[in-house]
Every structure is written in structure tokens, then in C-alpha cells.
Design a protein around this ligand. Structure first.
Ligand SMILES: Nc1ncnc2c1ncn2[C@@H]1O[C@H](COP(=O)(O)OP(=O)(O)OP(=O)(O)O)[C@@H](O)[C@H]1O
Ligand SMILES: [Mg+2]
Length: 381
């Protein structure tokens, strides 16, 4: 079976299923080389990759958690590829995509005549993954009665196909993934706590992209490069500084998948050359404007209550999904500087007084952040 060689991306068909090859593969290359297709150098991502490196060769179950589009499936594939089971199949089953009535037969298979219409025996996912890895995606959506059956397989290391009485040995490494909060699901009795502990032996948590800001730029450049090669090789697209800034600050609720889809759309639609702010979807441009509008409220609140510490329970400034404090504060400062300049007809001395800054500091900030008030003389535009 052809497998992708993780060192240089070429296809190779001679991976040794004994594990010897895997040992040298991993020992011979840095984690960076092994994970060449996983983009990200943030501390959070480095920590995830270190964990993957440590646990890949164990047979214990792994539970990967993270919001949609954070790369859970990508990590599951990396785990399989670095494991001793890499020479066998990685079989994936999305538990939420299969109706409850069919899921059991899909997992364990059935013998001929097991039920009406079962005119021949059918392999289940456990059999297909024999010797390899079984990746159960969206495990949080597994129906509760099937959870009990899965738990039994994990405990006894055997399963019984529907209609059979003969147990079969389940030689699979189980990797599961979910974007739902399993602790909460356990609390609501939608997920069995005993299965949860059984699956969560080796946990991996993938942080959302907004918490690994350093990775956004790397992913933007990498993805742009990939789509330039497929869609726009003769006239490659590039982003101008404003686009980088806006995308850097954007919250990416759909994580890496959203970023990839956006870049593909931008490259295809632009046809080549510079991509500027006008090409970005309104919701992304507005998300920046929306953040600024919220921030404008803050000074008025503080101004009305001089000397009194604001009661955090009265004004809820912190969005549910959290924020990047440094860029929030910078935006807030920018808004106040712009308002001071506009109110004083762009008089730097008066604006500096209004802001309690000395003139030099104000001018430095205006230059550094390229702030231009609406009523600025045209030479400053
Ligand atoms: N760090 C990364 N570097 C490069 N590509 C990535 C990275 N993370 C995710 N991707 C890509 O983003 C897309 C979404 O990733 P993936 O399908 O693994 O996410 P997921 O967490 O399984 O999402 P879902 O919960 O919706 O199933 C894929 O095309 C994947 O290759
Ligand atoms: Mg997935």
C-alpha cells in the first residue's frame, strides 16, 4: 500500500509494518521534519506536537479535543503515521454521520443472514482496522446504548459481529475526537463516564486558532503559497499589509478550516496580484469594526465614574470567547487618539493634553500605528 513519506512528501510503498522503520523514522528526524505538513510554531502547537511525538507509539487510547476546524483529524493521521501500526490501515468513522440503527453494524460488521436483507457477511470497522488504528470522530455523538458496547470492546479487546456468537480479537488502537464538551455531556448523562475515562487515557487538546495568533501568519503564507501553485501560478497573489493586519486580528471562529477556505476563495476570485481589504468578506472587515465600536464604550463608562473602580458585573466588556488583551488595548488607544485628533482639528498639542500624554509620545504613536484622522490635512493622508 502506498503511504506518504513524512520526510520529503514523496510516495513510498516500502514502509516496514514491524515498527523498526518507524523507530528510525522518528529517531532520525526532528519533530519539525516529521510534522512537515502541520503548520504552526506557537508554543501551544509545539506542545501538542511534542505530546504527539511522545504518545504515538503507545497503543493506549487517545482522545483529541478541540473546536471544529482546529486540526483534530490531521493530528489523528499524524499519530497513526508515527505509530508502529503505520503499515496497516487508519480507518475513520464519523459517529454523527451514520444513523443510530446502522452504526452498530458499521462498527462490528455482521454475518450472513444476521437480519433481513443481510444476504452476505459484511466487515465492520473493527475488522477493517485490524492491526491498525480506528479513528472514531465526533465520539460525543455516539448513541448511549452503543457507548456500552464500545466500552466492552475496549475492556475485553474483543467484539462480536451482529448475528454471530464467536468473539473476534480487536487488535486496534483507538483514537477518538470531539468538539463537544464531554465533561458537560457526562454531567447531563449523555455520555458514559466510564467510557470517557477509558477513551481519555492520553488526552490531546487542540487550542483554537485565536489562541495561537503567532500561527495565523504562517498559515496564511503557507496556504496562499499552496493555492497560488494550484490556481494562480503565473500571476501569484499576495496580501497587502492591511489584509495581514485584519486577518491577524480576526477571531477565526471556524479555525484553520475557515482560514483555508477563505484563502482559496480570495485566490480564485482575485485572479492574481495584490489582494487588498476590499476583497475580504464584510463579516471579517466588520468584525474589526465591531470590536472597535465596543471598545469606544469603555472610556465613557470610566469617565462617568471618576475615581470609582468599575464594577465588572455591571458592564460585561469581555466577550464570551475571550479576547487578545494587547490588541484590544491597542485598538482602544487608537480610537481615543483618533477622537482626540478629530475633536481638536488635528492639533497635536491639544490632543496630547486631552489624552494626558506629552506631544512627542503622541506623535510617535500616531506614526508607528499609521493613524490618520478623518479631518487630517491631505498631506497626511
Ligand atoms: N496546523 C495545521 N497546519 C496545516 N493545516 C491544518 C492545520 N490544522 C488544520 N489544518 C487543515 O485544516 C482543515 C481542517 O482540519 P481537520 O479536518 O483536521 O479539523 P477538525 O478539528 O477535525 O475539524 P472538525 O471538528 O470540523 O471535524 C484540514 O484541511 C486540515 O488539513
Ligand atoms: Mg474532524
Amino acid at each position: 500500500m502506498n503511504q506518504r513519506n513524512v520526510f520529503d512528501g514523496s510516495l513510498t510503498s516500502d514502509l516496514d509494518p514491524s515498527g523498526m522503520e518507524r523507530t528510525s523514522l522518528f529517531a532520525g528526524g526532528s519533530l519539525r521534519q516529521v510534522f512537515s505538513e502541520i503548520v504552526g510554531k506557537s508554543e501551544a502547537m509545539e506542545a501538542v506536537l511534542q505530546t504527539v511525538g511522545k504518545i504515538a507509539r503507545s497503543d493506549a487510547p487517545v482522545l483529541i479535543r478541540g473546536e471544529s476546524g482546529t486540526g483534530k483529524e490531521l493530528i489523528a493521521k499524524a499519530l497513526h503515521r508515527m505509530s508502529n501500526r503505520a503499515g496497516k490501515h487508519l480507518v475513520s468513522l464519523n459517529c454523527s454521520a451514520i444513523p443510530e440503527s446502522l452504526l452498530e453494524a458499521e462498527l462490528f460488521g455482521h454475518v450472513k443472514g444476521a437480519f433481513t436483507g443481510a444476504d452476505k457477511a459484511r466487515q465492520g470497522y473493527f475488522e477493517k482496522a485490524h492491526g491498525g488504528t480506528l479513528f472514531l470522530d465526533e465520539i460525543g455523538d455516539m448513541p448511549i446504548n452503543l457507548q456500552a458496547k464500545l466500552l466492552r470492546v475496549l475492556q475485553e479487546k474483543q467484539y462480536v459481529p451482529i448475528g454471530s456468537t464467536e468473539p473476534r480479537f480487536a487488535d486496534v488502537r483507538i483514537i477518538t475526537a470531539t468538539n463537544v464538551d464531554l465533561d458537560e455531556a457526562v454531567g447531563k448523562q449523555k455520555f458514559r463516564s466510564d467510557l470517557y475515562y477509558r477513551l481519555n487515557v492520553l488526552p490531546i487538546v487542540l487550542p483554537p486558532l485565536r489562541e495561537r495568533k503567532g500561527d495565523v501568519r504562517l498559515l496564511l503564507d503557507h496556504t496562499l503559497n499552496v493555492f497560488n501553485q494550484t490556481h494562480s501560478i503565473l500571476n501569484p497573489c499576495y496580501f497587502n499589509g492591511d489584509v495581514y493586519q485584519t486577518l491577524d486580528r480576526y477571531n477565526w471562529p471556524g479555525n484553520v478550516r475557515e482560514l483555508i477556505n477563505l484563502i482559496e476563495r480570495l485566490v480564485v476570485m482575485s485572479g492574481g496580484g495584490e489582494i487588498d481589504l476590499s476583497a475580504l468578506p464584510v463579516e471579517i472587515k466588520n468584525s474589526k469594526a465591531g470590536a472597535t465600536a465596543k471598545q469606544v464604550e469603555a472610556p465613557y463608562f470610566f469617565a462617568e465614574t471618576p475615581g470609582i473602580a468599575p464594577d465588572a458585573s455591571v458592564v460585561e466588556l469581555l466577550p464570551l470567547e475571550g479576547l487578545n488583551l494587547e490588541s484590544y488595548i491597542e485598538q482602544l488607544e487608537n480610537t481615543l487618539i483618533m477622537q482626540a485628533l478629530e475633536r481638536t482639528g488635528n492639533n497635536k498639542n491639544q490632543a496630547a493634553k486631552l489624552l494626558g500624554l506629552n506631544r512627542t509620545t503622541l506623535v510617535e504613536r500616531i506614526k508607528k500605528r499609521k493613524l490618520v484622522p478623518l479631518n487630517a490635512p491631505s498631506k497626511e493622508l
